[in-house]
Design a protein around this ligand. Structure first.
Ligand SMILES: [Zn+2]
Length: 306
């Protein structure tokens, strides 16, 4: 259904077709992108660079004195209002979720992400530009094995009528549900199974799905100093009469975008967990909360089995 098919030239590690990519990967070269941050409205440049094995994905604020580093981990999550923001000391980086979703889904375990401002650019509201940047840089295998994140017991979180849950499973599978009063959105469900050896599936299924907003909330969000970089060019906007800026790339583009956000937030675990994750009407706050519950369950299990 998407009009943006993308193929990655060399996505697979030499771990062998059919395996789950047993060794870590990084970028082969450097790729660059530039754009406006959704909330700050500032133009920011990003350089996606290779990183050594075991380094993980981390941001470097090249515009700040000393060029501080901010690891993309649960420990650095600072706040989750409308986007996920990380903090290490005084250095922050906002709206990291689409870039992180693209990296983890394209099998990039280690990456140095240099940014010259406080927010990752929104680009067209989707993760497609990040997939294209990763494709341009290329992907190389490293020698360190990947460590699987195996969930041993169910975990869940609820806030009002929104909830998230994760159940032990052989592979990572993600299911998302949303339900809006607006007829153009309504109730939508979507499931997806990441496969690091098949990033084309991510590129065609999730990456093109764009950020969306509700017309009646826009004035309020602007008054709060948010979405200063938002426009009809980088976010779908829905009102009572329908979409203000069609066409959609998928009939169910909103729920696909929520699933994309979930992938980015779960990547703060270091990898996507071997679990079936289900989210309903959730938010960045619940996504990150669930990731924290998953991390705690894995710590508990490792202590029980020592
Ligand atoms: Zn998003």
């Amino acid at each position: 259904m998407t009009s943006h098919p993308v193929t990655l030239s060399n996505p697979a590690s030499p771990g062998g077709a059919g395996s789950l990519g047993p060794v870590q990967q990084t970028l082969a070269t450097i790729a660059v992108a530039e754009g406006v941050g959704l909330h700050s409205g500032e133009t920011v440049g990003v350089r996606l660079c290779p990183a050594a094995k075991g380094q993980g994905r981390y941001f470097v604020r090249t515009d700040l004195p000393g060029q501080p580093t901010i690891p993309a981990t649960l420990a650095t999550v600072d706040q989750t209002i409308l986007s996920t923001e990380l903090r290490q000391g005084e250095a922050t980086i906002r709206t990291v979720e689409h870039l992180l979703a693209a990296l983890v889904s394209c099998g990039i375990d280690n990456a140095r992400l240099e940014v010259d401002g406080p927010e990752i650019p929104l680009l067209d509201g989707s993760a497609l530009g990040w997939v294209e940047a990763i494709q341009a840089a290329g992907v190389v295998a490293q020698t360190q094995p990947r460590s699987p994140l195996r969930l041993q017991r169910p975990v869940s979180l609820q806030w009002e009528d929104a909830w998230v849950a994760a159940f032990p499973a052989d592979h990572c599978r993600l299911t998302y549900g949303i339900d809006f009063d607006l007829p153009a959105i309504g109730e939508q469900w979507f499931s997806w199974q990441p496969n690091p050896l098949n990033p084309e599936d991510f590129a065609n299924t999730l990456a093109p799905a764009r950020t969306f907003g509700l017309a009646h909330q826009i004035d309020y969000l602007r008054s709060q100093g948010l979405i200063r970089g938002g426009s009809l060019e980088n976010a779908l906007v829905c009102g009572p009469e329908g979409w203000l800026n069609p066409p959609l790339r998928f009939d169910n583009e909103p729920v696909r975008h929520k699933l994309l956000d979930l992938v980015g937030d779960l990547s703060l675990l270091g990898a996507l967990p071997q679990a079936h994750v289900v989210a309903y009407r959730a938010s960045h706050r619940l996504h990150v909360g669930l990731a924290q519950e998953i991390a705690q369950a894995m710590i508990d299990h490792s202590q029980e089995t020592v």
